[in-house]
Ligand binder design. Structure first.
Ligand code: ADP
Length: 234
């Protein structure tokens, strides 16, 4: 069945989709595709934090150094940001979490929030090898004008490092430099990866998908199939 074949009744039960995986696993790309095909919003803590930095808000000023170093922002800040966002009316029919939760404390806070509202939680774990992550992250480029993401290896622009859409020179995200990438992956191993065992212990619904050598659209189809099977089985 195509990704579009997920009818509203079929995904009635799946309201909170948690896209889980290391930096570079494709969470952001998949969250955007899922948002289009399911019609529910993508909530990316990374994007929200970067917007705060861009707007030079008090939160942005507090977190910019932490993010530049590739470390995790304190739980209470991210939890507050997410809770505020989830209270928006557009989240009432469900939402896709991208990059949250990333610590056990965040996972607990989210779970409590969802339990109180009787919202179902489904974790989709995108599994990618370490070497592929490094290649993907070091090749990542973005258009500073329109935000389009490219990858010099897997999704190169048509010409040099220039945006196909508006001809702007592409840039490297500040935290995509080699030492910061290493730190972000280390933070994932230390603080986020252990959540998988925690999700299992807690009996959370968890689907693991091999996201190594698969095109984004194919992975989307697989995710949609997995969601459908989960809805049937739960
Ligand atoms: P990636 O998954 O590629 O690292 P993100 O945009 O999700 O990219 O995150 C970028 C940075 O934002 C992280 O390195 C971290 O500093 C901060 N961040 C994002 N989400 C969280 C979170 N849930 N908890 C703590 N810090 C976060």
């Amino acid at each position: 069945m195509s990704a579009q074949g997920l009818t509203p009744e079929r995904r009635e039960k799946v309201q909170a989709l948690v896209l889980f995986g290391p930096p570079g696993s494709g969470k952001g790309t998949q969250a955007k595709l899922l948002m289009q095909c399911l019609g529910i919003p993508q909530i990316s803590t990374g994007d929200m934090l970067r917007e705060n930095i861009q707007a030079d808000s008090p939160l942005g000023r507090e977190v910019s150094g932490i993010m530049r170093a590739g470390a995790l922002v304190p739980d209470e800040m991210v939890n507050a940001l997410v809770e505020q966002r989830l209270a928006s009316p557009d989240c009432a029919r469900g939402f896709i979490l991208d990059g949250y939760p990333r610590t056990r404390q965040q996972a607990g806070a989210l779970h409590n929030w969802l339990m109180k509202r009787n919202i179902d939680e489904l974790v989709i774990h995108l599994v990618v090898d370490y070497n592929s992550l490094i290649t993907r992250l070091t090749g990542r480029r973005q258009c500073p004008q329109c935000g389009t993401l490219y990858n010099l290896i897997s999704r190169p622009p048509k010409q040099g490092e220039i945006c196909d859409k508006d001809g702007t020179k592409l840039v490297i995200r500040e935290d995509d430099s080699a030492p910061v990438i290493k730190e972000r992956l280390a933070a994932y191993d230390r603080q986020t990866q252990p959540l998988i065992a925690y999700f299992r212990e807690e009996g959370r619904r968890l689907l693991a998908l091999d996201a190594n050598d698969v095109r984004p659209q194919e992975l989307l189809e697989e995710i949609c199939r997995a969601i459908r099977e989960d809805a049937r089985g739960s």
